[in-house]
Ligand binder design. Structure first.
Ligand code: NAD
Ligand code: DAU
Length: 357
C-alpha cells in the first residue's frame, strides 16, 4: 500500500472489520482509515476502543445505502481504496427477515460501487496499485458440498439461503463493475470465521457464552453439518495481502484448513470452557441440546485456497486447536464485552428492520 493513501472500511465496527482495523491502523500510520458503520445490533464502537484516538483513524456512523453520505465522504477523504465488510451476516436472521439482507447487502454494495465509480478516474483499474475495491464475500455463495470435494474459484454459484443469495447478488454486481466500468474490484470468499469480537449469535461465541452461563447449547439437527473454520486474524492477514497485492478483477478463496462437524466443534469448546473454569469433566457437554434443524441447512463447506497461497503467499497460521484455545481465552477474559453486546438494545432489531423496509 502506498503512503498517504486513504482507505474506506465499511462495517468496521463488526466482527471481522474490527479485527482488520485493529491490525491495520497501528501497522500503517501513514495511511488514513475511515470506518463507516451503521452500528446495527452487530456493530459496536467499543470494539474499536484501542484505536479510537489514533491520528490515522476516523469513525463515521452511517448507512452504506446513503448515497449522499457516500459521495460526501469520497469527496472529503479522497479514498483510494475501499474494504467492504458491511453486511447483514447471520443466516438465521436472513430466514426471519430477508428484506434487510437485500437492502444492506445488495443495495448497499451497489451504492458503494457506484460511489467509487463516480469518484475514481475511468482508468482506475489500469492505474497500477493506486485504487482498489476489496469486496468481502463468503463461501456460502457456492451452496452445499457432499461428503467430499472443495470449493475453488471456478465453482459455480448456488446460494441457498436469503443471506447467501444476497451475498451472491452483491458479488455479481462487484464483478459487473470490473467488467463494465473497469473498477479495480477484487473479491474474496471466506469460510466460517471465529475469534475475538464475534457477536454471540454465531455458533462459536454462542457455545462459549451459554457454557459459561450454564444455559442450553442448541445444536441444529444431528450436528453432522461440516464447516471450515478460519481464525479471524488469519483472515485479516489474507485481506491485507489482497488489498496490497491482488490484481484487479481477481477472486481469492480464503479457508482455515480446519474442517469440523458441528457437534465435534461444540464438544471441544465445552471441554475448553470446563478446563479453564475448573469444572467437572462433561459439565458443559450436558448442556448440549439437539434442536430443530435450520431450514435449507447447507451440509458441508470446504475450501481450496491454493490460489491465494501460490499468488499471494498466504497460509493460515492458526490450526483449530490453538485458534479455539485463544478464542475461549479471549471471551473468558472479556465478560464485560459479552454482557454489553447482549443487552436488550438488539432485541427489537427485527421490529426496526420491518418498519424501515
Ligand atoms: P458482522 O455482522 O459482525 O458485522 C457487520 C457490520 O456491518 C456491523 O458492524 C454492522 O453494524 C455493519 N452494517 C450492517 N449493515 C450496514 C449498513 N447498511 N451500513 C453500514 N454498516 C452496516 O459481520 P462479520 O461477521 O464481521 O462479516 C463481515 C463481512 O464478511 C460480511 O460481508 C460477511 O458477509 C463476510 N463474511 C463473514 C464471515 C464470517 O464467518 N463471519 C465469513 C466470510 C465472509
Ligand atoms: O461460511 C461463512 C459464513 O459463516 C459467513 O458468511 C456467515 O456470515 C457466518 O454467519 C457463518 O455462517 P454459518 O451459518 O455457517 O454460521 P453459524 O455460526 O450461524 O453456524 C455454524 C454452524 O452451526 C451451522 O451449520 C449452523 C450450526 N448452528 C448454529 C447456531 C447459531 C447450530 O447448530 N446451533 C446454533 O445455535
Amino acid at each position: 500500500m502506498q503512503t498517504e493513501t486513504s482507505v474506506l472500511v465499511t462495517g468496521g465496527a463488526g466482527f471481522i472489520g474490527a479485527n482488520f482495523l485493529l491490525r491495520m491502523v497501528p501497522k500503517h500510520p501513514d495511511t488514513r482509515f475511515v470506518c463507516l458503520d451503521r452500528l446495527t445490533y452487530a456493530g459496536n464502537a467499543m470494539n474499536l476502543r484501542a484505536i479510537e484516538d489514533a491520528a490515522n483513524f476516523h469513525f463515521v456512523q452511517g448507512d452504506i445505502c446513503d448515497t449522499a453520505l457516500l459521495g460526501g465522504l469520497f469527496e472529503e477523504h479522497g479514498f483510494t481504496s475501499v474494504v467492504h465488510f458491511a453486511a447483514e451476516s447471520h443466516v438465521d436472521r436472513s430466514i426471519e427477515a430477508p428484506l434487510a439482507f437485500a437492502r444492506s447487502n445488495v443495495e448497499g454494495t451497489v451504492a458503494l460501487l457506484e460511489a467509487a465509480r463516480q469518484a475514481w478516474p475511468e482508468d482506475a483499474a489500469g492505474a497500477g496499485d493506486r485504487y482498489r475495491f476489496v469486496h468481502i464475500s463468503t463461501d456460502e455463495v457456492f451452496g452445499s458440498l457432499g461428503d467430499s470435494g472443495q470449493f475453488d474459484e471456478a465453482t459455480p454459484y448456488d446460494p441457498r439461503s436469503p443471506y447467501s443469495a444476497s451475498k451472491a447478488a452483491a458479488d455479481h454486481f462487484a464483478r459487473a463493475y470490473f467488467h463494465t466500468y473497469g473498477l479495480p474490484v477484487v473479491l474474496t470468499n471466506g469460510s466460517n470465521n471465529y475469534g475475538p469480537f464475534q457477536f454471540p449469535e454465531k455458533l462459536v461465541p454462542l457455545v462459549i457464552s451459554n457454557a459459561l452461563d450454564g444455559r442450553a447449547i442448541p445444536v441444529y439437527g444431528t450436528g453432522e453439518n461440516v464447516r471450515d473454520w478460519l481464525y479471524v486474524k488469519d483472515h485479516c492477514a489474507a485481506l491485507e495481502a489482497v488489498l496490497r497485492r491482488a490484481p484487479p478483477g481477481e477472486t481469492y478463496l480464503v479457508g482455515g484448513d480446519s474442517e469440523a462437524r458441528n457437534i465435534d466443534l461444540v464438544e471441544r469448546l465445552c471441554d475448553l470452557v470446563d478446563a479453564v473454569e475448573d469444572r467437572p469433566e462433561g459439565y458443559s457437554r450436558d448442556l448440549i441440546t439437539f434442536v430443530e434443524d435450520r431450514p435449507g441447512h447447507d451440509h458441508r463447506y470446504a475450501i481450496d485456497f491454493s490460489k491465494l497461497e501460490a499468488e499471494l503467499d498466504w497460509q493460515p497460521e492458526h490450526d483449530l486447536t490453538d485458534g479455539l484455545r485463544a478464542t475461549v481465552d479471549w471471551y473468558l477474559r472479556h465478560p464485560d464485552w459479552l454482557e454489553a453486546v447482549r443487552d436488550d438494545s438488539y432485541r427489537d432489531y427485527y421490529a426496526r428492520q420491518y418498519s424501515e423496509a
